[in-house]
Design a protein. Structure first.
Length: 414
């Protein structure tokens, strides 16, 4: 009898259905995108452990988050670097209003946005991924920028928000031999969902250095896709640092459209408590003589869980590809968990491709050495953690590096 009086469990996906029903009518420059995204969410099932790519990613936290529009919040940051442009970007309004752009940086026209939006997502094979469709359904504005040929631009994007849903959409076009240093901060200051979709197209000889610092809290989630198309002789470097999120999932995806480009991926995720950090990368070479240098690191303590899945595709057309992928992980608790799965799919027969994965704890002999020099046990452990993380932190653009000291990362993770 008691069982019959219990309230029925909520239907699977009821939280999403409630949000879709309550969402305001699609409007503005992304109205058609919003409509298509909402319809796709109604048709697509929410990812679950039955999906191989989501086998270790528990989305239960999303059911508890407020999905009303998040309000912007201030972020405590150093002064903007000399020569750089800092934009406070909330996703719902245009951060370029009354903003003078530096030489070499231009806003894309409506026609250019209509032509370019979604192109790189399709090229990278993720235009219909569930987190991307969620962003399509929610994003009200796209920040669309061009870096003109042979220009050098330094840009900072700061997105700090309180409770609620924040949807960010960025479209970047780098013309021939253009250079962009992009430092990006996403910071949760309340319970909520942060959705990010970036598309970047690099023309011949262009260079992009993108540093993403994402600092969350236990009752906040981050779902992010970063898709890049690279033409020959271009260089793309994405360095990402994630800490503190109850759930964080990052999907960096790069396609070298004709090969002969260079892609560098650096990732660091720090988890503690019962948090989950998940990175799924994908790199495809569609022509010869491409290069990939990928290093992913994770630090897991408490009951935290870190997941890494890195896929590299080398078809027959991609002869003389040189790709290296390494996953290195530091396990600080018997109850923490790390799942890592580097993948190489190689058809070409003239390549240099390697991958590897390691999971270890702090080395007893290294701790003993430091303690024998008069350093106490806690400080010795902190020094070893710093050394482990620094290999990724030092690759961030200067501005992003100043935003995420190791102390701040560990503080966010607790």
């Amino acid at each position: 009898m008691a069982a019959s009086l219990a309230a029925p469990a909520p239907a699977k996906g009821a939280w999403l259905e409630t949000w879709l029903a309550a969402a305001p009518a699609a409007s503005g420059e992304l109205a058609l995108v919003q409509q298509r995204g909402r319809e796709a969410l109604r048709q697509q099932p929410i990812p679950s452990s039955r999906n191989e790519d989501w086998r270790f990613t528990d989305l239960a936290l999303l059911q508890t988050l407020p999905l009303t529009a998040a309000s912007p919040a201030p972020a405590a940051l150093p002064e903007v670097a000399s020569g750089a442009l800092r934009l406070n970007w909330n996703g719902s309004s245009d951060p370029l209003v009354d903003q003078a752009l530096p030489a070499g940086l231009q806003q894309l026209s409506a026609d250019e946005i209509a032509q370019g939006l979604g192109h790189t997502l399709a090229a990278a094979g993720c235009e219909q991924h569930w987190p991307v469709e969620l962003n399509h359904a929610a994003a009200e504005h796209v920040l669309a920028l061009r870096v003109t040929s042979r220009s050098q631009v330094s840009l900072e994007l700061v997105s700090a928000a309180g409770a609620g849903l924040q949807a960010l959409r960025l479209l970047l076009l780098l013309e021939e031999k253009a250079e962009l240093d992009l430092s990006q901060l996403i910071e949760a200051q309340g319970s909520g969902l942060h959705s990010l979709v970036i598309e970047a197209h690099l023309a011949r000889g262009a260079r992009l250095s993108h540093g993403l610092v994402a600092l969350g809290q236990a009752d906040a989630a981050l779902l992010a896709h970063v898709a890049m198309e690279q033409e020959p002789e271009s260089e793309a470097q994405l360095s990402s640092v994630m800490s503190g999120w109850g759930l964080a999932r990052l999907e960096p995806r790069a396609v070298q459209v004709d090969g002969a480009a260079h892609t560098t991926l650096r990732g660091l995720q720090v988890v503690d408590g019962q948090r989950i950090a998940d990175t799924h990368s994908f790199v495809e070479f569609k022509g010869p003589e491409g290069q990939l240098d990928q290093l992913h690191k994770a630090v897991a303590a408490g009951q935290g869980r870190s997941v890494f899945n890195g896929a590299v595709r080398v078809p027959r057309a991609a002869q003389r590809t040189n790709a290296a992928q390494l996953s290195r992980n530091l396990l600080l608790s018997d109850r923490a968990r790390i799942d890592t799965k580097p993948e190489l799919e190689i058809v070409a027969d003239d390549v240099k491709c390697a991958h590897g994965a390691t999971v270890s704890s702090l080395q007893t002999d290294e701790l003993f050495y430091l303690q024998s020099r008069g350093i106490d046990a806690d400080q010795a452990a902190a020094l070893l953690q710093r050394a482990f993380c620094e290999e990724v932190l030092r690759e961030l653009p200067a501005a992003a590096r100043s935003w995420c000291s190791l102390e701040r990362l560990l503080e966010a993770a607790v």
